[in-house]
Design a protein around this ligand. Structure first.
Ligand SMILES: Nc1ncnc2c1ncn2[C@@H]1O[C@H](COP(=O)(O)OP(=O)(O)O)[C@@H](O)[C@H]1O
Ligand SMILES: [Mg+2]
Length: 258
């Protein structure tokens, strides 16, 4: 089996060397937990290895993505339109060839395929950051849209990261659409401990892989990006949502059913 490096060697070790080629991986978590930076690692590694890379950004502009990458010493500009295309779905600039003027699944797929054709043959990596933007106004469609993306894009031989928001209020509605169809789920979390922001990552699913099952504390370091600090062996409460919040979500679900 061919596996693609995530660009974070310590993380690769947790998944038997990398993401199996052709997988559709959900990268989920609350805002600020590291999903975009994790995705940038994947793209930077792809460029290093000579892969064709496509990054669809719905929450930040192309410039913002390029600037963020530069902070970790990845020069994306050098590769632009040769090995990398960043599809900007935020700015909606009509004159820009690689902008989406409308954000829906079909437009996105068409643009991605156009970009793939422009970059040519060879191994390809795709990041959709975020897929939740596609069903913000229609959460009930989340699963269907995710399935559509996976089915069509699979034919084009991409290995895919699809990020999705995972906030307390939206977890039920948005988190699961993409997770149901995903071959892998990498979940980021955050917590305040001792008056300080902590971030964590857990591999919840990786098909065909005997993956690590621990929660790892991570940090985002200037000039370096995501680093693994160590496993969390403490109580589940240290990283799970507070019991009160879990109870509220449970109650809300029961209300929906009855
Ligand atoms: N140059 C940097 N050095 C250290 N930390 C950074 C740097 N740039 C961004 N970060 C951290 O990364 C966070 C954003 O991570 P990001 O991957 O964009 O989150 P998400 O996509 O999950 O919302 C910022 O809030 C900040 O804490
Ligand atoms: Mg982000």
């Amino acid at each position: 089996m061919i596996r693609l490096s995530t660009g974070i060697p310590e993380f690769d070790k947790l998944i038997e060397g990398g993401i199996p080629q052709g997988f559709f991986v959900a990268v989920t978590g609350e805002p600020g937990t590291g999903k975009t930076i994790f995705s940038l690692h994947f793209i930077a590694e792809g460029l290093r290895e000579g892969d064709n890379c496509i990054y669809v950004t719905t929450e930040e502009s192309r410039d913002s993505i390029v600037r963020q990458a530069k902070q970790f010493n990845w020069d994306f500009e050098e590769y632009m339109e040769k090995k990398l295309i960043i599809i900007d779905a935020l700015m909606k600039e009509k004159e820009d060839e690689w902008s989406l003027t409308e954000l829906n699944a079909e437009e996105l797929v068409n643009k991605v395929i156009e970009a793939k054709q422009k970059l040519g043959t060879g191994r390809a990596r795709l990041v959709i950051d975020s897929v939740s933007a596609l069903f913000l106004d229609k959460p009930a469609m989340a699963r269907k849209i995710s399935y559509y993306l996976k089915r069509v894009l699979n034919k084009w031989k991409f290995t895919i990261y699809a990020t999705s928001q995972y906030a307390i209020t939206t977890s039920q509605a948005f988190g699961f659409g993409v997770e149901h169809v995903a071959d892998g789920i990498i979940r980021f979390r955050r917590a305040i401990k001792d008056g300080m922001l902590h971030r964590y990552v857990l591999i919840e699913k990786m098909r065909q892989t005997n993956h690590d099952k621990y929660v790892w504390e991570i940090d985002i370091k200037p000039g370096k990006g995501i680093v693994l600090l160590g496993k969390i062996n403490e109580r589940r409460e240290d990283y799970a949502l507070p019991p009160k919040v879990m109870q509220k979500i449970k109650e809300a679900n029961e209300d929906k059913i009855t």
